[in-house]
Design a protein around this ligand. Structure first.
Ligand code: PMP
Length: 359
């Protein structure tokens, strides 16, 4: 029948990985190292878990749809006002809200390649055409390519830094160069899902730079990665422009941030000691895993995140399927020309050893 819109039927399926309960049934072994979704092996702050337990008794009430407490907390941290902050059911929800609010059919969106799938499909869902600018061969950010693509004055430029799945982070100078090439009407969506893992001397205040240069911008952050709360689904955005947040508050799912997520995120923000432990382990293990991969002859992209992207030397699904029979779950990339590349999340030291031994 013609019930489903053709552009929707033609969309690629979001590759959300393999559920753990399907793993044993399919591969006959327990999953010993689940390293496919960039989750944190240290889990959430114990304070966040306690806060959820406490909040559980109150779940018969709807949560505050305005997320006032959380927005105020982030506004203070980001040196802005609550009106410029929005929370969502994971940052994926906010990517959707952004595109619903801004994209008209045949609009143009620019991103990088390889990239987080929703940056592309999320815009295609509303009829946009998407230009994907490939990384440079040395895995530096494709600054010249992006500047060139921006000449078409796209509605939105969207990319993540550190980049999922590749791993490199953009430098402040590169970011400024790209902004200088962007039309004043192009919205710059800068997805910082993995920002906590960047070396401190390479971090910069992207929101301040967007404000300073007068570009409409949206920064996205999530509690799913360094904060270890992927299962409760909570992320946020901070914009240079209140108008954008007002619009996205209309296009997001109204009660998308549930009561347990509110409680957990609020405590997680405050537990900076837990975050520091997570980042210290993830970054030292990342460098160890990358060195071990290189020593085995695999070419790796340089990573500033909690994962490593590496060339398996053949279609990546070959290696990924073999690793599954040994209880190791990593992610094969499917996007040309990176079909030989796979992404491994940095797990606990034991999980990383299981991965390296299986390899
Ligand atoms: N942005 C990037 C770059 C990601 O890698 C992810 C998760 N894989 C997300 C956004 C979405 O995260 P969440 O919806 O869990 O906040």
């Amino acid at each position: 029948t013609d019930l489903i819109r053709k552009d929707v039927a033609d969309l690629p399926t979001y590759n959300a990985g393999l559920a753990l309960d399907q793993f044993k049934a399919k591969y006959g072994v327990d999953c010993l190292a689940k390293l496919d979704s960039n989750e944190s092996p240290l889990g959430p702050s114990p304070r966040a878990v306690q806060a959820m337990q406490k909040a559980a008794a109150g779940v018969w009430r709807y949560p505050d749809a305005g997320n006032a407490g959380l927005r105020a907390k982030i506004a203070e941290q980001a040196n802005t006002t609550s009106e410029n902050v929005i929370f969502g059911n994971g940052s994926e929800d906010l990517i959707g809200a952004l595109f619903r609010a801004t994209i008209r059919p045949n609009d143009h969106v620019v991103t990088i390649c390889p990239s987080f799938g929703l940056h592309e499909f999320g815009a295609m869902m509303f009829g946009a055409t998407v230009t994907k600018v490939p990384f440079n061969a040395d895995w530096s950010f494709p600054v010249a390519g992006l500047c060139d693509a921006l000449k078409s004055k796209p509605r939105v430029l969207i990319f993540s830094s550190p980049s999922n799945p590749a791993g490199p982070a953009i430098s402040e100078q590169e970011f400024r160069t790209i902004l200088a090439a962007a039309d004043p009407a192009t919205l710059v969506c800068f997805d910082e899902a993995y920002v906590e893992f960047i070396a401190p001397d390479q971090q910069f205040d992207a929101l301040a730079i967007l404000a300073e240069t007068g570009h409409p911008g949206l920064i996205l952050r999530t509690f799913s990665k360094a904060f270890g709360l992927a299962g409760v689904r909570v992320g946020y955005g901070v914009a240079t422009d209140t108008q954008l947040i007002t619009a996205m508050m209309k296009t997001r799912n109204p009660f998308g941030v549930n009561a347990l997520a509110v409680a957990a995120a609020s405590e997680a923000i405050d537990d900076t000691a837990h975050l520091a432990r997570v980042v210290a382990q993830a970054t030292s293990e990342r460098d160890r895993v990358a060195a071990a991969l290189s020593a085995k002859g695999f070419v790796c992209a340089p990573s500033q995140a909690n994962f490593v992207f590496f060339d398996t030397g053949a279609p990546a699904s070959v290696l990924v399927e073999k690793l599954r029979t040994k209880g190791v779950l990593i992610k094969a990339w499917q996007e040309a020309p990176y079909e030989n590349w796979a992404r491994v999340t940095i797990g606990s030291p034991d999980e990383n050893d299981i991965f390296l031994n299986a390899l």
